[in-house]
Ligand binder design. Structure first.
Ligand code: NAD
Length: 484
């Protein structure tokens, strides 16, 4: 019997009111790790009640005091890095090295939150004689964060430290596929001194997501996941007059020019398409080779063949994903594409029930094929060939997504041209995964993001706070004018 995990409400783990549950299976070897409850609206109500009760005191605690919790939380993340990395790897399937990198990123995100007091100072100006206008960033109230399976610790930490340091109370809805890392995170926040009720976890599936969008006690909803669900969440929560930022899926293009440094390009392309088994919204999924880049493609294949499933390549999340990825590869092959490196039918000795797909390089893909346009979310790169940079950009621009794009070249002019013309929120030059690091903010364009602003960095301040504008006159001699 698997242990059923609890919801975290008002500082304690409690069982869900619902008897419905789902198994949490390790993609590494198919072992049963836990049961996650599919919570009911009653559980969400309890969490909102706890968060609402905690809000007056927490929001009135000065920000310099609130961030002390996150200085301690950061130290605990450092202390428990290995333990957390192992759990991330077990529940998500990524390698332990990738788990470590994920926790290191959580530490960087928390470090940013501890700097918020330096960034959220308001403004004050004497706008007419004896009259001052002043602005302050004030928290919204109870907010929600809905997260995907691919980063069980990092994506939650895109929102938790910033939203809470800025004075909000939060309900987080983990992915039902990877709910375990967040239980450790809840314990670390508690150990760091976060008051009960400020942070709550309600586990579940789509029913809880819909209830979050509808709940009148929740002011803002942040969502990270697929475009299909991002649209639903954005529409439903804004229909209910909530603030919403919903990050969706991606199809990231790498444009490779013949003058690119072959070794560096091949290493970056291979790492970008295979890191986290291709289950990153920043993963390279399509490559457009401009002119003669055969020598670079040969090297990409060499790099890909060096990637060993179960060693330096993790598993994909479940059998359904493995089957879907393999179907994409087979369909491309049937349509005339050439599979240069084939990751289908991969098995890892001793991990027979693990769900592995090997690195896959598909060449001579045509722009209309499914592997060229759809998010595959596996360690697969689809290579298209064109003659000019404008043709490559036309392919990139035609994608409905717009998370990331990169160009590999030694020409500054060509690089600048791609930065200006790519239809993507995050653009890289000779960088396979152009994730902006703090204090820069993370967020795509087009169907990769719905809502205003970005989710991390300085941009998050606007999402998690509202501006209070006060106009003050103490000087009776100042007189009266039409504005004051
Ligand atoms: P998903 O959309 O299936 O699930 C995300 C969350 O929504 C989960 O908590 C899930 O329980 C919930 N959900 C699923 N179906 C729902 C429905 N029909 N109604 C309401 N809620 C529902 O995404 P996933 O498979 O967990 O994660 C992978 C996706 O997330 C990929 O598309 C990836 O590109 C995307 N992603 C995007 C970013 C980004 O920054 N843009 C970052 C990470 C992941």
């Amino acid at each position: 019997m698997a242990t059923r995990i609890g919801n975290f409400i008002n500082g304690s783990f409690v069982d869900s009111a619902s008897s419905r549950g789902l198994p949490v299976i390790s993609p590494i070897d198919g072992s049963l790790l836990a049961e996650v409850p599919c919570s009911s609206v009653a559980d969400l109500n309890a969490a909102v009640q706890a968060a609402t009760a905690a809000f007056p005191k927490w929001s009135k605690t000065p920000i310099k005091e609130r961030v002390q919790v996150f200085f301690r939380y950061k130290a605990f993340l450092e202390r428990d890095l290995q333990k957390l990395a192992l759990l991330v790897s077990q529940e998500n399937g990524k390698t332990i090295g990738e788990g470590i990198a994920e926790i290191e990123k959580c530490i960087e995100l928390t470090e940013f939150a501890t700097s918020l007091p330096q960034l959220v100072t308001g403004e004050v100006l004497e706008v007419s004689k004896g009259v001052e206008c002043r602005t302050e960033h004030v928290p919204l109230g109870v907010v929600a964060s809905i997260v995907p399976f691919n980063f069980p610790a990092m994506v939650p930490n895109w929102t938790i430290p910033n939203a809470l340091a800025l004075g909000n109370c939060m309900i987080i809805k983990p992915s039902e596929k990877v709910p375990l890392s967040l239980t450790i995170i809840a314990n670390l926040l508690k150990e760091a001194g976060l008051p009960d009720g400020v942070f709550n976890i309600v586990n579940g599936d789509s029913e809880i997501v819909e209830a979050i969008c509808d709940h009148p006690g929740i002011e803002a909803v942040s969502f990270v996941g697929s475009t299909k669900v991002a649209k639903l969440v954005y529409q439903r929560s804004t229909q209910n007059l909530k603030r919403c930022l919903a990050l969706g899926g991606a199809k990231n293009h790498l444009l490779v020019l013949p003058d690119a440094k072959p070794d560096m390009t091949a290493q970056n392309v291979a790492a970008s398409m295979s890191g986290c088994a291709g289950q990153r919204c920043m993963a390279a999924s399509a490559m457009v080779g401009v002119g003669d880049v055969d020598h670079i493609i040969d090297k990409i294949c060499e790099e890909a063949r060096r990637i060993v499933p179960g060693k330096n390549l993790g598993a994909v999340i479940n059998k359904e994903s493995k089957d879907r990825i393999e179907r994409y590869i087979t369909e491309a092959e049937q349509q005339g594409a050439k599979i240069l490196v084939d990751g289908r039918n991969t098995h890892v000795a001793g991990k027979e029930n693990g769900t592995y797909v090997g690195p896959t390089v598909i060449d001579h893909v045509k722009p209309g094929m499914a592997v060229a346009t759809e998010e595959i979310f596996g360690p697969v790169i689809s290579i298209m060939r064109v003659d000019t940079l404008d043709q490559a950009l036309a392919i990139e621009n035609a994608s409905p997504y717009g998370n990331a794009a990169s160009v590999f070249t030694q020409s500054g002019g060509a690089a600048r041209y791609v930065i200006e013309k790519a239809s993507a929120g995050m653009v890289g030059v000779n960088v396979g995964v152009p994730v902006p690091r703090e204090p820069f903010s993370f967020g795509g364009w087009n169907d990769s993001k719905f809502g205003v602003g970005d989710i991390t960095g300085k941009s998050s301040i606007e999402f998690w706070t509202q501006l209070r504008k006060s106009t003050v006159k103490w000087n009776p001699e100042a007189g009266v004018n039409w504005m004051s």
